[in-house]
Design a protein around this ligand. Structure first.
Ligand SMILES: Nc1ncnc2c1ncn2[C@@H]1O[C@H](COP(=O)(O)OP(=O)(O)OP(=O)(O)O)[C@@H](O)[C@H]1O
Ligand SMILES: [Mg+2]
Length: 610
């Protein structure tokens, strides 16, 4: 048996003896019965309590301590109800826990032997406020003063460090219970103290752990914020990079496509069949490159949250489908792949962004034809589902199919399932990623299913809101549609810093009968505009030093030039370009590469604009 337990047992026995003796003494003196029985009961329960505490098994130390604390609390409450000072002293003295008595001002009138054993001091030293000398200086300030005590009529609990006989400060949980006489007069307090140092240490280490965690969280949050800022900066850089790349690629493409177009015009000097074939190939490759640049820009816009959907009500379903099929017809014919189309007679119109839906369908149909070997079949089927209010556009093929493991990656940008196969088939792995996002922006989704060697099915599911109103956002179109109309000769100022482009556009416009003045910089352009007062101005936007927008602003500030038609040409094709050009004072906007016919038509129309 441990020493603590032995001491506990002895304490219990002693407690019993003392309380029984106290009871006998009181009985002898007063002859009253009720308080005696109360005291007897109390003494016995105190003995039992100490016994139980002593016999408590060592396991579950903290639970035991908690129970101990509760028991001591109960004891303190019970003690407060003992009638006389002597009875109380007898009780307090018999307790194996630190106990004390105090007057109404909190001054100690008695402490028990457990207390004295603990502090190692004499009783006289502890009485009055003497016991405070053992309280840790940091905690002494927080203890209630005499005046606070005088006002107290409720039980209280406080914690402070008390110096042990060996000089170590131990944390004590003090519980004080007011004592009130039979006539309601306050007699003072009886209190107990329990050593709760271990709990305090555990709390402190928990507190430290929590603080460490908080510091870690703060650190991580800071790191995240820094990473976010870096990401935002990288995203901005990417946007700028894309805008620049787009500009750098579009400018030469304008020359390539424009020159090819003008060489193929019937009015141009005749070319041999072989040359014509080469010119067509140049044009096709240029268009392919342009499509790729547009796809990259679309992706960048979607990722920057700048892709806007222009929903139109009542878009004819058949028109969208036939228009999409036309795009892949030639490729399918070349490969002897049959193309079929099946529509649902109930699916007549749909509210959607026609251009974006077509783009998605063309991507799916293009894939189907691309990944279907010679002699295979590709089809487009439309099915309306009134129950779910959705329209399903399914593109199926009898092609090579897709492995199950690869299905999850299909819609990620730049992912191609089989490098060797796709290298043979061409592409960049952007089509499905873009299609999905364009469909999702319209509230729909794309489902994919495939069986290797047998074929694939991709289904666009769109909400079927036939006939409901438009929810069009401000359009950001790379090239606003321009009606092709015959031009009318005019004096035209072309401001373009790229020599090849200036020459090509100048030749074309002269060929269309216009008198063309050429300026190679913003400053020259401004001077020429003020001097020559042309009928129409075609202004490149991206020029070094004074850019086209600045030139337009200055021209507009000039009396007499407020209404001269100005067409801004830009190779950036980024969202907001059109708005920026119009805000600077341009009459209209075209993005490079230009369609020469559109340019001629615009110039002709501009001429007629008052
Ligand atoms: N109908 C299909 N049959 C077999 N594989 C397909 C089919 N559609 C897509 N895939 C696979 O999914 C990949 C991703 O398709 P996605 O359209 O995104 O890119 P891509 O066609 O390779 O290039 P891009 O569309 O940019 O020209 C393809 O490379 C191909 O491996
Ligand atoms: Mg594709």
């Amino acid at each position: 048996m441990s020493t603590a337990r032995t001491r506990g047992l002895v304490g219990a026995a002693l407690g019993a003896v003392v309380s029984l003796t106290a009871a006998a003494v009181v009985l002898a003196r007063r002859g009253g019965e009720a308080p005696v029985w109360g005291l007897l009961l109390l003494g016995l329960s105190l003995s039992m309590l100490t016994l139980v505490l002593a016999m408590r098994p060592a396991r579950g130390e903290s639970a035991a301590r908690e129970g101990h604390r509760r028991d001591v609390g109960a004891l303190t409450v019970a003690a407060a109800h003992v009638a006389t000072e002597n009875e109380l002293r007898a009780l307090v003295d018999s307790a194996r826990v630190l106990m004390w008595l105090a007057d109404v001002d909190g001054r100690r009138t008695h402490v028990n032997s457990s207390w004295l054993e603990f502090t190692g001091r004499a009783l006289e030293d502890e009485l009055g406020n003497g016991w405070m000398a053992g309280v840790h200086p940091e905690d002494a300030r927080g203890l209630a003063s005499g005046r606070d005590f005088a006002g107290r009529s409720q039980a209280y609990e406080s914690e402070y460090r008390l110096r042990r006989f060996d000089g170590e400060h131990r944390w004590m949980l003090e519980r004080g219970e007011p004592r009130v006489g039979p006539d309601g007069v306050r007699l003072g307090f009886v209190g107990s103290c329990v050593d709760v140092t271990e709990r305090k240490l555990r709390e402190a280490s928990l507190h430290e752990e929590r603080a460490q965690l908080e510091r870690k969280v703060e650190q991580r949050t800071e790191e995240l914020a820094r990473a976010n800022a870096e990401l935002a900066a990288a995203a901005r850089l990417k946007d700028e990079f894309l805008a620049n790349v787009s500009h750098e690629l579009r400018t030469p493409l304008t020359a390539i496509l424009g020159l090819t177009e003008s060489l193929l015009e019937p009015s141009s000097p005749p070319v041999s069949d072989k040359q014509r074939q080469s010119l067509r190939t140049i044009e096709e490759s240029g268009q392919h490159l342009l499509a790729l640049i547009n796809e990259l820009l679309d992706l960048a816009r979607i990722e920057a949250g700048q892709m806007r959907i222009e929903s139109q009500p009542d878009v004819p379903v058949e028109r969208v489908c036939q228009g999409s099929l036309r795009f892949v017809k030639e490729a399918a014919q070349k490969k002897h792949v049959s193309l079929s189309f099946k529509t649902d007679p109930s699916a007549v119109v749909l509210e959607c962004d026609e251009r974006r839906l077509k783009q998605a369908l063309v991507n799916l149909l293009g894939n189907a034809v691309k990944f279907t070997p010679e002699g295979g079949a590709v089809g487009l089927e439309v099915a309306g589902d009134r129950a779910e209010n959705v329209l399903r556009f399914t593109v199926w093929d009898t092609g090579i199919g897709i492995r199950k493991e690869a299905m999850g990656q299909l819609f990620r940008p730049f992912v191609q399932v089989d490098g060797s196969l796709t290298r043979r088939h061409g592409g960049t792995g952007l089509g499905l990623a873009l299609s999905r996002r364009m469909v999702e922006l319209q509230g729909g989704r794309i489902l994919a299913g495939s069986e290797p060697g047998k074929g694939s099915r991709f289904t666009i599911v769109l909400p079927w809101r036939a006939g409901s109103g438009s929810r069009t956002a401000a359009p950001v179109s790379a090239a606003p549609p321009i009606d092709v109309e015959p031009g009318e000769a005019c004096r035209l100022l072309l401001v373009e810093d790229n020599v090849d482009l200036a020459e090509m556009l100048g030749d074309h416009l002269r060929g269309a009968g216009h008198q063309v003045l050429l300026a190679r910089s913003g400053a020259d352009g401004l001077a020429a505009a003020l001097r020559e007062r042309p009928d129409v101005i075609v202004m490149d936007v991206e020029m070094p030093e004074m850019d086209g927008l600045e030139v337009i602003r200055r021209i507009r500030a000039e009396p007499g030039l407020e209404h001269t038609p100005i067409l801004a040409l830009t190779a950036l094709a980024m969202p907001g370009d059109r708005e920026r050009c119009l805000a600077a004072g341009a009459t209209d906007y075209l993005s490079k590469p230009l369609n020469l016919k559109s340019l001629s038509a615009w110039v002709g129309r501009g001429r007629r604009t008052p």
